[in-house]
Ligand binder design. Structure first.
Ligand code: ADP
Ligand code: MG
Length: 698
């Protein structure tokens, strides 16, 4: 049972004042884990990425260019756009100079009312010099004295998503802070004192209401405190799991190869050396009485899924069942559809279980899982709801794509007495990271690509040459090719030149009509699926997408990937996106459309993309560049699986947390002491409650 004091934090964000159902959906997009809605705790763990320091209030003449400033001005003149084209400008001044405020596509009535002629206002934003004139494009605030008084002097800046801007997040975060209970202290008092850490709740308050820009520094006591707690929760969960899984022992599944051989015989190709090697490793683990915890790493298209199928076949040969869990419904369905023909030839019974099955369908599947007539269940997290019981689950395969979550894996693990676990991931992860996220997991690598793959031709093209690109695409479409066109996420209202997926689709439709489909993160699940499906069936030939296709469907006919504003994406993301093409035997192309001039880091990224397709090499280069470059998107930055800790800066804390967890376990293995009870709260808080379940069972 989750401790009662955590209940308010596990409520939906929709329970917060000012957060309606529509906004709650946006929070889901920004913060939620797959399969559940965003909670108050998710919002509390969504820490500001930076601050705006509004204590800086210069006169116009002294104001620095290109950094956020807050200036007191008088409104002198309104210059609406001639014939409604171009920006609306407002001239403002103080005793030392004047500024043009520039608004694109803004509502004139709003401008008139917030900047009345002759009034004194505070405006904040970045000043720039445009053809000899000072201007401020889209001030982020226009306030009167009363408004200014309400503004915090140092304002937190959050990672955002389309439609959910900084101010809304701030307001919601305030509501979330008001729900903070008084937590019992789970850290050792001497350690706390030595580190000068605040209490956990206090630390969150400090981080969401920074008094100075330094307040949210990764090495500030508050930030270290919460990072440490997150690391300790994960390390403690790993220690508990390791202890119980050792105790649980394994199954010792030894297949005789009769099903796997039929699958191999049905394939039009041979396994790569890397696939064969990985299978040897996996089968050895399966045969041993210890529980398997193995990571199968390899780029998109390296053939992991096939390895997983063969591993599952081994388990079925030995008389048991296996499951495969995918991060999304679409992917689960795709795994199912691709495995089905092979499975049928080999006499395997495979079933799909998702959250959208009808009630009778679901009952039927559940019954067949329980009586063992289904050999392999493929599904989403719906697989590990409590109502799902297997007759004899021996192997759980988890396809993580690019997400990580030890706790989901644990939940599946708890479905069988001694379930072997194989995790597939397309993200190349350095060894240290494997240790943190997965504990002492073994690793199989698929570094070699299947034979017959043609290299993807990668080209960098400046956006000014969009016309040529569109023409080239027109020619390719005539030959039946399919095209992904990726646009970066649109942030609040700033950069207006940022190509929104919708806008781009509209432009492409002028050329290609209804051959153009769109999919983006704000679409409903069903609409998203429908758009994806139309594309994979070839009903649409161009799919304009935000990065949601990152974990997308396999469309072998898609041979062209256009990434617009490639300079805004991180290397890892570019690599994953490019991996969507080049999956069939046709020749594929990746066009990196960039807006110049390119910064050094963006240039380096594009160079690397042109040089190599090796995900491991790209991951190394990414780590090297990341310190200097900014990586777009909130999920992309930081350490996978962690929200408060970032291993670049908190690696030192990790080592301490690991020792701490071991010591705790040695002294109080069932967490009975007073500190043990508090640690239970910690585990629940960070969603490591499956570890708790094991604790009870053990
Ligand atoms: P991953 O799961 O790593 O993304 P898949 O298992 O989906 O990769 O494989 C991608 C494609 O390559 C599939 O169409 C699969 O049938 C094919 N494939 C897998 N292994 C080989 C191989 N050894 N030789 C040729 N094609 C292969
Ligand atoms: Mg795959």
């Amino acid at each position: 049972m989750r401790p009662a004091i955590l209940t308010p934090l596990f409520a939906s964000v929709a329970t917060l004042p000012g957060v309606g159902p529509k906004m709650a959906k946006l929070f889901d997009t920004l913060l939620a884990e797959p399969g559940r809605e965003a909670r108050v705790a998710d919002l509390l763990f969504h820490l500001p990425q930076g601050t705006i320091d509004r204590r800086n209030r210069p006169k116009i003449a002294e104001a620095p260019l290109d950094s956020m400033v807050l200036i007191q001005v008088r409104v002198v003149e309104h210059r609406p756009p001639p014939r409604n084209r171009g920006p609306h400008r407002v001239l403002v001044e103080d005793d030392t100079g004047d500024i043009l405020l520039v608004f694109f596509k803004a509502n004139p009535a709003w401008i008139e009312s917030s900047l009345p002629m002759g009034a004194t206002r505070w405006v904040s934003g970045k000043l720039e010099n445009w053809e000899g004139h000072l201007q401020m494009v889209h001030p982020d605030r226009v306030l009167d004295e009363a408004g200014l008084a309400r503004l915090p002097p140092v304002e937190p800046v959050y990672g955002m998503t389309q439609g959910l801007g900084g101010r809304l997040i701030q307001r919601a975060a305030e509501g979330a802070l008001a729900r903070l209970p008084s937590f019992p202290e789970w850290l050792d008092p001497a350690f706390l004192q030595q580190r000068k850490f605040p209490a956990f709740g206090e630390a969150l308050r400090v981080l969401h209401r920074p008094q100075t820009p330094q307040g949210i520094d990764p090495m500030s006591p508050a930030r270290q405190r919460v990072a440490y707690d997150e690391l300790l929760a994960s390390q403690l969960a790993l220690v508990l799991v390791r202890a119980t899984s050792r105790k649980a022992g394994g199954r010792g599944s030894v297949g005789d190869g009769r099903i796997a051989n039929k699958i191999l015989a049905a394939l039009p190709f041979k396994l790569t050396g890397a696939q064969t090697q990985a299978l040897v490793e996996i089968r050895k683990d399966l045969a041993e009485p210890e529980r398997m915890l193995r990571l199968l790493q390899g780029d998109v298209g390296s053939g992991k899924t096939l390895v997983a199928l063969l591993a599952m076949a081994s388990v079925v040969e030995a008389g048991h069942q296996a499951s495969l869990m995918a991060p999304t419904e679409i992917l689960a369905r795709q795994h199912y559809e691709r495995m089905l023909p092979l499975a049928e030839k080999a006499g395997l019974v495979v079933a799909l279980l998702t959250g959208r099955d009808s009630a009778p369908q679901r009952r039927k599947t559940l019954a067949a899982l329980a009586d063992g007539s289904i050999d392999i269940a493929i599904g989403t997290h719906a697989l590990f709801q409590d109502s799902v019981a297997f007759r004899d689950l021996a192997l759980a395969v988890v396809d993580e794509q690019h997400r990580f979550g030890v706790h989901q894996r644990l939940a599946l693990g708890s479905k069988g007495e001694a379930v072997d676990v194989l995790v597939m991931t397309a993200t190349p992860i350095p060894r240290t990271l494997v240790l943190t996220c997965f504990g002492d997991m073994d690793v199989s690598l698929l570094r070699e690509k299947p034979a017959g793959r043609q290299p993807i031709e990668t080209r960098a093209v400046p956006l000014e040459r969009l016309d040529e690109v569109v023409h080239g695409i027109g020619r390719a479409l005539n030959t039946g090719a399919q095209v992904y066109w990726v646009c970066p996420l649109v942030e609040e209202n700033e950069d207006l030149d940022l190509a929104a997926a919708e806008e781009r689709a509209a432009v492409l439709r002028q050329f290609f009509g209804d051959k153009v489909g769109v999919v983006h993160g704000q679409m409903k699940g069903r609409d998203k699926d429908a758009a994806m499906e139309a594309f994979s069936k070839g009903e649409t030939q161009i799919l304009v997408a935000t990065t949601v296709i990152e974990v997308g469907v396999d469309v072998p006919n898609a041979t062209i990937m256009v990434i617009e504003h490639a300079e805004r994406f991180g290397l890892a993301q570019l690599h994953q996106l490019r991996g969507r093409v080049g999956r069939g035997s046709g020749k594929s192309t990746c066009l990196l459309l960039y807006k110049g001039p390119l910064g050094q880091v963006a240039q380096a990224r594009i160079e690397i993309m042109r040089e190599t397709e090796d995900g491991f090499r790209i991951a190394e280069e990414d780590l090297r560049l990341r310190g200097e470059g900014e990586v777009l998107g909130t999920r992309q930055s930081g350490t996978p699986g962690f929200r408060l800790a970032s291993l670049d800066v908190h690696a030192g804390l990790l080592a301490i947390a690991r020792d701490d967890a071991q010591l705790i376990f040695a002294r109080d293995p069932t967490l009975q002491s007073e500190r043990g009870q508090a640690l239970r709260v910690l585990l629940y808080l960070f969603g490591r409650d499956e570890a708790m379940r094991l604790l009870r069972a053990g």
